[in-house]
Design a protein around this ligand. Structure first.
Ligand code: S3P
Length: 445
């Protein structure tokens, strides 16, 4: 069992890079694996979660050579996967399971998907319903709408699906299934979640379109929020064409350093070559609202995913409210935002974030418990929390409930606490950020 020990530091001056983006790496290995031809993926994140997706695509017939940990050469199956008789193990990865479910629903064979104890307790009904509407048959073995899932795939037909919750995993699952289906498939979201699948489909030349649909299927107007298209359409019967792809650094990994540097007065931090897709960088607006000083240099060019550098100067921060449309764009950063709230003067309110209850852990419960251990007053709500920031923090020992983002967020809080902080059972960090502990060591020395 590994643990992280953290001690208080005074400021954070560094120039860092973070490993490749997890969400984008999953999609790159899946589309590359399904494509016609050979492509190179560079900047791939060799974390446990993405390796689950890579192994699944290999089992389905893609030839994948790992030239280095983060450089893959993939020869795809030209849209025709071979049957995998054994269970496909998705480990801790919700993205692997939900996106692979979309691919497997369209294959003319039966597959079985499972994962670890966290993944098999997460809701899968959200992908089972639309895939069954498209013509697949999916069974939850325990009859609890959780994995293990048995998927009897086959010929699918396109649907127009209105998603009840904003979820990039559900949207991507349907779009991947739609790529194989007869006719067109459209997915409409209530708020815009990360759009990596849409960008990746265009990159791999799959006919698809992002629309600002004005009317819902029952004829009612759908408000267009933030000017971002909320409906995506994919044309069925398409095979992705192999094209090289470079994955930028993961903004969600950078988030931990961004939070630390913003809260230490006088710190100077540069983060190089990180993904700056607007559907992911809501944390930058939250930080700026709290008084942080951040400069964003987006590289111009035709890259599929926006990326560039960030420069942060540490300042005193004040509380804010995080709610509404921004939630899908900060969903993975809420553990880091909660830490930030503990360091900012005043009362920070986080709401409309009920989805946190069904992540790798119940993140509302995990955050609340750990903040209290550090001496931070916090009130738990069904869909968020209220945090009283700016109080003195005492070093403590906390668990991370098998959740990588909880482990990293509270390691950062330990940098601000008197005495020693211990985070227990931190092996889960390998699911998303191999090398985090080393970077933390370097920052503390
Ligand atoms: C992800 C989507 C989000 C996010 C997860 C990765 C993705 O989940 O929390 O870490 O890669 O599509 P939901 O789709 O459940 O919101």
């Amino acid at each position: 069992m590994s643990e992280i020990k953290v001690k208080k530091i005074r400021r954070l001056d560094a120039r860092i890079r973070v490993p490749g983006d997890k969400s984008i790496s999953h999609r790159a290995v899946m589309l590359g694996g399904l494509a016609r031809g050979t492509c190179k993926i560079t900047g791939f994140l060799p974390s446990e979660d993405c390796l689950c997706s890579m192994r699944a695509m290999q089992a389905l017939g893609a030839k994948i050579e790992q030239i280095t940990d983060s450089h893959l050469e993939i020869t795809g199956v030209s849209g025709e996967c071979r049957q995998v008789l054994e269970t496909i193990d998705c480990g801790n990865s919700g993205t692997s399971m939900r996106l692979l479910a979309g691919i497997l629903a369209a294959q003319p064979f039966t597959s079985r998907l499972s994962g670890d104890s966290s993944l098999t307790s997460r809701p899968m009904r959200r992908v089972m319903i639309p895939l069954m509407q498209m013509g697949a048959f999916i069974e939850s073995e325990m009859k609890n709408e959780r994995a293990p899932l048995r998927i009897n795939g086959g010929r699918l037909h396109g649907i127009n699906y209105k998603m009840p919750v904003a979820s990039a995993q559900v949207k991507s699952c349907i779009l991947l299934a739609g790529m194989f289906a007869e006719g067109t498939t459209s997915v409409t979201e209530p708020m815009s979640s990360r759009d990596h699948t849409e960008r990746m489909l265009r990159h791999f030349l799959v006919p698809s379109r992002a629309d600002s649909l004005q009317k819902s299927l029952d004829g009612k107007d759908i408000p267009i929020k933030g000017g971002v298209p909320l409906t995506t359409v994919v044309h069925g019967g398409s095979i992705p064409e192999a094209r090289d792809f470079r994955v930028p650094g993961d903004f969600s990994s950078a988030a931990f350093w961004l939070v630390a540097a913003s809260a230490f007065q006088g710190s100077q931090l540069s983060i190089e070559d990180v993904g700056l897709n607007k559907t992911r960088t809501g944390l930058l607006s939250v930080l700026m609202r709290m008084g942080a000083q951040i400069r964003e240099y987006v590289e111009t060019g035709n890259d599929t995913e926006p990326h560039g550098n960030l420069e942060i100067t540490g300042r005193g921060l004040h509380a804010t409210t995080v709610d509404g449309d921004i939630i899908p764009n900060v969903i993975d950063e809420i553990p880091a935002i909660a830490v930030l709230a503990a360091l900012a003067e005043g009362e920070t309110i986080i709401k409309d974030a009920g989805e946190l209850r069904v992540k790798e852990s119940d993140r509302i419960a995990s955050i609340t418990k750990n903040l209290r251990a550090f001496g931070v007053p916090v009130e738990e709500a069904e869909d968020g929390m209220i945090i009283q920031g700016g109080k003195a923090l005492k070093g403590t020992t906390v668990d991370c409930f098998g959740d990588h983002r909880i482990a990293m967020a509270f390691s950062i809080l330990g940098l601000f606490a008197e005495g020693e902080t211990r985070i227990l059972n931190t092996e889960c960090i390998r699911t998303s950020y191999p090398g985090f502990e080393k970077q933390l060591e370097a920052i503390m020395s």
